[in-house]
Design a protein around this ligand. Structure first.
Ligand code: UDX
Length: 450
């Protein structure tokens, strides 16, 4: 099938690359001409494990092209995926102006009937507005546009895997033709019949994805309801963690046992310095606003947001207790990205923590395996280390802010010897307290007995 993807950010690139990988002919466009140039030159503007080989192979086989010309992209596809950004407005609502712009482009540039699929995260009822915009802007063309919603559940760091082996594919449609077309697009994933890039050609066993057909309004609500629930779950874990600290319990043990109940589930149930990234915080805020506008008091979501905001302050108090005076102390920080396996620093708790340390007068030197370039561009005055060891060198404390796997396996004797004071503050409960103490560190983490 010929497919157009509008927006070559995280979602658009993964969607376009993977749709090409499963056999479709995909053209991807973005209004950032520099990004398209980078992609045409065979480079990726983001770090996402596995995406480079998916994109390179699809391009080599001629199934994936990039263009800076949106009109050309619109004309080429029978189905058009909208993957543009919906960043938060100052009041927390999602800014839908990019979606509106795309609707205008599609309506004016299309020369044949199109299925227009919203993949960007949008508040419920956006589909209706999109349908209306397409009719208004396209009133002279006499073409009909069908609209569908197909929310993404792509986690940064595992997005290729999530696309090719999802638990579920949700499609919000209002007519059978749209459902059939979407089913055809996803058939290779639903039947697991494609060359699996994520597993070197062989797909892992396991249940096939569920095909969930809903109305457009429900599909839009599913996306926000999923991410908001995840945010609630993390904030709940963090409150249990505070209580565990007060009562001398171990939050990891508690959450593991609680999560063993399949009704609750173990995943996404870790305490730490809070959730960040470009999706969870913004989706939570947008959902709160949507509820308010709809006259529904969903204040428990606000509570989850407040709890999350408080995490940095809570951890800073721990750092202050350990260091006594923070001012002028050299502190190494491991992690800048909002979570491991990504170079994304947007709304990163690690960055918030560094800002809090710097505003207390600490001399911070930070290191991240992938996010240094982005951090340097956004925070040029911050001091960066060459490696995790360099960050620890001469430091009076080493703070773990992102749970990269490589930080788990450092040469801890070397780290201890190079530090001015062997003190570790683990904001992600990445390490074992027992092991760190055996290595001779003073070690503090979250929700576990010191
Ligand atoms: C999220 C959703 O998970 C995904 O389904 C959606 O489509 C896009 O938004 P992502 O933004 O990549 O994905 O991040 P996610 O994996 O959800 O993590 C968000 C934040 O929560 C990270 O900062 C992470 O460190 C934190 N987190 C996660 C915790 O603090 N505790 C946990 O138990 C899990």
């Amino acid at each position: 099938m010929k497919i157009s993807v509008i927006g070559a950010g995280y979602v658009g690139l993964v969607t376009g690359g993977c749709l090409a990988a499963i056999g479709h002919e995909v053209i991807c466009t973005d209004n950032d001409a520099a990004k398209i140039k980078t992609l045409e030159a065979g480079r990726l503007p983001i770090y996402e494990p596995g995406l480079d080989s998916v994109v390179a192979t699809a391009r080599k086989e001629g199934r994936l092209t990039f263009t800076a010309n949106p009109a050309g992209a619109v004309a080429a596809g029978d189905a058009i995926f909208i993957c543009v950004g919906t960043p938060p407005l100052p009041n927390g609502d999602a800014d839908l102006s990019a979606i509106d712009r795309v609707a205008r482009t599609i309506a004016t540039e299309a020369r044949s009937t199109k299925l227009v699929i919203e993949k960007s995260t949008v508040p419920a009822q956006t589909g209706q507005e999109l349908q209306r915009a397409l009719s208004v802007y396209g009133r002279k063309s006499n073409l009909s546009f069908r609209v569908a919603s197909n929310p993404e559940f792509l986690r940064e760091g595992t997005a290729v895997e999530d696309f090719l082996h999802p638990d579920r594919i949700v499609v919000g449609v209002e007519d059978e033709a749209s459902e059939r077309q979407l089913h055809e697009i996803y058939r290779p994933v639903l039947e697991r019949k494609f060359h699996c890039f994520a597993h070197g050609g062989k797909c892992a066993d396991g249940p096939l994805p569920e095909w969930l057909v809903t109305t457009i309004n429900s599909a839009e609500l599913i996306k926000h309801a999923s991410n908001s629930f995840l945010a609630l779950k993390i904030s709940y874990a963090n409150m249990v963690s505070d209580l565990a600290e007060r009562l001398g319990a171990n939050v990891d043990e508690v959450l593991h046992a609680v999560g063993t109940d399949p009704r609750i589930g173990k995943s996404f149930f870790r305490a730490g310095i809070g959730f960040g990234g470009f999706c969870l915080p913004k989706d939570l805020q947008a959902f709160v606003h949507l509820a308010e506008r709809s006259g529904v008091d969903f204040s428990m979501l606000k509570e989850a947001e407040e709890i999350n905001h408080g995490r940095i302050h809570h951890f800073m108090e721990k750092i202050k207790r350990a260091l006594w005076v923070v001012k002028e102390k050299q502190i190494g920080v491991l992690g800048l990205a909002f979570k491991p396996n990504t170079d994304d620093i947007r709304f990163s708790p690690a960055i918030d923590l560094i800002s809090a340390l710097v505003s207390e007068g600490a001399h911070v030197r930070a290191y991240d395996p992938e996010a240094m370039e982005r951090a340097r561009a956004s925070f040029p005055h911050l001091k960066y280390a060459e490696s995790a060891y360099d960050a620890a060198d001469n430091a009076e404390a080493l703070v773990i802010a992102t749970e990269w796997d490589q930080f788990r396996h450092l040469d801890w004797d070397r780290v201890r010897e190079s530090m001015a004071r062997p003190l570790i503050l683990d904001g992600r409960n990445l390490l074992s307290a027992r092991e760190m103490k055996a290595y001779g560190f003073e070690y503090y983490s979250v929700g576990r007995p010191d």
